[in-house]
Design a protein around this ligand. Structure first.
Ligand SMILES: *Cc1c(COP(=O)(O)O)cnc(C)c1O
Length: 488
């Protein structure tokens, strides 16, 4: 399988690249992204053969269909990362919460957020690739809370890889911060910056674009790369669990093979729901993909009005911070898929230059063939958390946003899979507050919720509070480059 570019080719970069190339150097011509030239087709026999398959078996079958340039034994070793999940025989449990609604829990990995689903195997593949080529990479990440821990965890002690992770000091939950600053690996550096997530992200973008920084890295034989959510090496792993959850419904007799379902995805940078879109295109029987957002509802506007308009908008902080995003990068891949490279380039240039784009009526109709969307306020989300806790199911605030979509967007009475993207323990203060007991610190919230609702705090979260702090660097924005060069 080869990869082509969402904004067309500039005549300088190769017009088609292999998978390994697309994941090592993920930026394409005109600031575009790489996308598969064709998607494999999954037929009835494929689904039938894999109903009941182990997660890893399904992954291997899918990679075979994609035919990517990763040796089979490397892929196999990468997939062994799923053995670190709570139940290696079933890394993605599916829990029934309503007669027709099932929660796909994507957070049973080491850092308790869905980022592990892709970053765990992807980290192994990237490091092996670097090793095979005799190259060294610095992976930079800016995080508001979930990407940082997942990136550090997957690359810790990985050959040929160093990681520099920037986070806003004071801008994450205690658990998220501890997951980063207690990470003990000689190849990783965690830097708190005085500022908010936007400052961290801007600092990262400036460094990624800085020729002098790249030159200094080159002097130490190091290339710059990013493991962010536009990397197709992450997207490919995010197709698989959507198929797996569907096949589980078949296995349990909840749907007959071929029967349509709804999938609801709490979305930020659009990587998770893009994986579901590709699964649908490949043949997974999905009626519609329902996108849920918080009050940063730019995706709702896109899917209901055909407008992507940043003008006059500013980012609002919510209790679902992983979805506090206005520039949702992976949307571009859907634009490309539906409207082709010329139109995608036109739309993305309009967004960059004028701060908005508008789809035609026909284009909006094409988008709505696959998607619908709504958004959920913090207060509405809290009410959902409280209502389901009463019924015995504790969920995190990102997952909670999905239930408004569940109530309002389904036009047919079909079985529905809701993607749960984080364990409640990562956002325990919000959950505790929703349950009527506001507290100041994560540790109190974890103990209270666990005690009152009989849910366990997993060891990797409980142990964080005992671990020594390894990274205590907190600097001004201006000093980041120097810190990283010192580390290299
Ligand atoms: C990253 C994240 C999301 C958003 O996922 P996208 O793929 O960026 O849309 C939602 N919830 C949680 C908890 C996350 O960590």
């Amino acid at each position: 399988m080869t990869f082509i570019e969402t904004r067309g080719n500039d005549g300088v970069k190769p017009s088609e690249v292999a998978f390994s190339e697309a994941i090592l150097s993920p930026s394409a011509s005109f600031g575009g992204l790489y996308v598969p030239k064709t998607l494999p087709r999954l037929d009835f026999d494929f689904f039938k053969a894999h109903t009941g398959s182990h997660y890893k078996t399904l992954c291997k079958a899918l990679f075979e269909k994609f035919d990517v340039d990763i040796p089979a034994e490397e892929l196999s070793a990468a997939l062994d990362r799923y053995d670190r999940f709570d139940d290696p025989s079933d890394p993605v449990p599916l829990k029934q919460v309503e007669e027709d609604a099932f929660v796909s829990e994507l957070w049973h990995g080491p850092t308790r957020a869905f980022k592990d689903m892709a970053l765990q195997p992807f980290g192994y593949i990237l490091s092996k690739l670097a090793e095979r080529r005799g190259e060294h990479y610095l992976i930079m990440a800016a995080t508001s809370g979930d990407t940082g821990p997942a990136t550090l965890e997957t690359f810790k002690n990985a050959p040929n890889i160093k990681v520099a992770c920037l986070y806003p000091a004071g801008g994450t939950s205690d658990v998220q911060r501890l997951q980063m600053v207690t990470e003990e690996a000689a190849n990783e550096k965690v830097i708190g910056i005085r500022g908010d997530f936007d400052d961290a992200q801007t600092a990262l973008k400036n460094l990624l674009a800085s020729e002098s920084f790249k030159r200094k890295l080159k002097e130490s034989q190091t290339e710059l790369s990013a493991a962010n959510s536009v990397n197709f090496g992450r997207i490919i792993f995010q197709i698989i669990y959507h198929i797996y959850s569907y096949l589980k419904l078949v296995e349990r007799g909840e749907v007959a093979l071929g029967e349509h379902i709804y999938i609801i995805v709490p979305s930020g940078n659009f990587g998770n729901v893009l994986g579901a879109y590709y699964a649908k295109k490949m043949g997974l029987p999905v009626e519609k993909l329902l996108i849920s957002s918080n009050i940063n509802n730019i995706l709702t506007d896109l899917v209901t009005k055909g407008e992507y308009d940043l003008r006059g908008r500013s980012l609002c902080q919510t209790t679902s911070p992983a979805m506090d995003i206005l520039k949702s990068s992976n949307v571009e891949r859907v634009l490309f898929d539906k409207f082709g490279p010329e139109r995608t380039r036109e739309l993305m240039e309009s967004l960059n230059e004028k701060g908005f784009y508008r789809l035609s009526g026909d284009e909006l109709a094409m988008l709505r063939e696959d998607f619908d969307a709504t958004f959920c306020s913090d207060e509405e989300g809290k009410a959902v958390i409280a209502a389901y806790a009463k019924k015995g199911y504790i969920m995190d605030p990102h997952t909670a946003t999905c239930f408004k979509a569940y109530d309002q967007l389904r036009k047919k009475s079909l079985k529905t899979v809701i993607c749960s993207t984080a364990e409640w323990t990562k956002f325990s203060r919000t959950v505790c507050d929703a349950l009527g007991h506001p507290v100041e610190r994560d540790i109190e919230a974890l103990q209270w919720v666990s005690g009152h609702y009989g849910v366990e705090v997993p060891p990797m979260i409980a142990e964080l509070f005992e671990k020594p702090i390894v990274h205590d660097t907190v600097v001004e924005k201006e000093a980041i480059e120097e810190e990283i060069l010192k580390f290299i």
